[in-house]
Ligand binder design. Sequence first.
Ligand SMILES: Nc1ncnc2c1ncn2[C@@H]1O[C@H](COP(=O)(O)OP(=O)(O)O)[C@@H](O)[C@H]1O
Ligand SMILES: [Mg+2]
Length: 232
Amino acid sequence: MRNLDIKSEFPESLTHGVRVAKQNRGSTGEGIWRVEVVDPLSNGVPSISLDTVVKCTEAKDNHVEEMPLADFIDFCVQYLDGEGGMILDMPFLERITEGEIRVFMLRNKVVNIVHKKPADVPDAFSATLFSGAKYSYESPDQWPELVQLVTANVPVIQQRLGNYDLPLIWTIDFILDTDKQNGNDKYVLGEINASCVGFSTHLELSKDIADEIVRLMEAEAVVNPRWVAFAT
Ligand SMILES: Nc1ncnc2c1ncn2[C@@H]1O[C@H](COP(=O)(O)OP(=O)(O)O)[C@@H](O)[C@H]1O
Ligand SMILES: [Mg+2]
């Protein structure tokens, strides 16, 4: 995934296949667009012209719009406004039909997996609830390879994102891809959510989450005597 200069780079990017352009501040699929060229391109074209018609599908509700690439680019300029405005560009991963795999984290531990399958209708690629995706709640035991991958990489994620303390609860979303070298499954990071993650659909985790909060407050009380956990 890379931050894109949409005007100068997106026409070239589209020659590599179907793309997903993402605004930086979206949620529930808003401003997340799958973009594909409608008529097949000839091999080896370095870039496509701005009057090429593209089919754009928004993850919010899987609705489709067709327009010249120039119009799509003009439309996306709104996503660049203000602080943090940017557009991320990544290849469209067609194995999204097998579902997005949400790893639900309690600090450094994987505590749940949510498997989110897009609606089974033409053009659907969105794993968001409002778009009709179906969620199933699975045990981390069913995903040993992924759990191992995530657990081993928590320190790397933490370091790459600025060495902040880990959030109490956060989620890491993956989409499956196939490694071209050996045909093995590959997990591609789609996004990390670290704010406003709720656990009302995971109430069985309440005790573990409460225990973790108490541990954090006790640890804080050790380093900061003014903040004594549960002082009487
Ligand atoms: N590269 C991709 N390939 C296939 N589907 C994608 C890709 N990126 C995002 N999606 C789909 O779009 C949805 C919304 O994208 P996401 O990055 O999760 O944004 P949001 O913050 O709005 O949830 C995902 O749940 C997934 O279904
Ligand atoms: Mg998402």
